[in-house]
Design a binder for this molecule. Structure first.
Ligand SMILES: [Zn+2]
Length: 141
């Protein structure tokens, strides 16, 4: 495998070497719970093939990835009873991309979850706690 794939934690999740609370998987995409969610039910949607950013992808591939994220956003909204959903994607350190394997954030939001107009703060959540939510979302996909 070329590049940084061997060191990529998301590739290791895809290969089953690192545990994650899986929400969705097909031949091309995988989705799992963010371990430091902005709100409960925050998931990441990514292509199985290692691409660092959208700059390494054809625009059509990026479009297909976002279509997948939009489909899963419906399941997240239903499962969590969210009032709204943020769909976001960061490219490069300057844009606050933490893991260099392209991924789309799908984040449930609630009318009163940001009283100061700021994002709710991220909190680390144990994998076992994420499994229950993952199951609920899987049931809505
Ligand atoms: Zn990767």
């Amino acid at each position: 495998m070329p590049g940084g794939e061997l060191d990529c934690v998301f590739c290791r999740i895809i290969q089953g070497e690192v545990e994650a609370a899986l929400v969705y998987e097909d031949d091309t995409y995988v989705a799992f719970m963010d371990i430091r969610p902005i709100n409960p039910g925050h998931i990441l949607v990514l292509p199985k093939v290692h691409r660092e950013t959208v700059f390494d992808m054809a625009p059509e591939e990026t479009g297909a990835l976002f279509a997948q994220a939009a489909r899963l956003a419906v399941a997240v909204k239903e499962a969590l009873g969210a009032d709204g959903i943020n769909i976001g994607q960061n490219n490069g350190r300057a844009a606050q991309q933490i893991v260099p394997h392209v991924h789309v954030h799908v984040i449930p939001r609630y009318v009163d979850d940001s009283p100061a107009g700021r994002w709710p703060s991220r909190k680390a959540v144990p994998l076992t706690d994420l499994e229950g939510l993952a199951q609920e979302i899987r049931a809505s996909v």
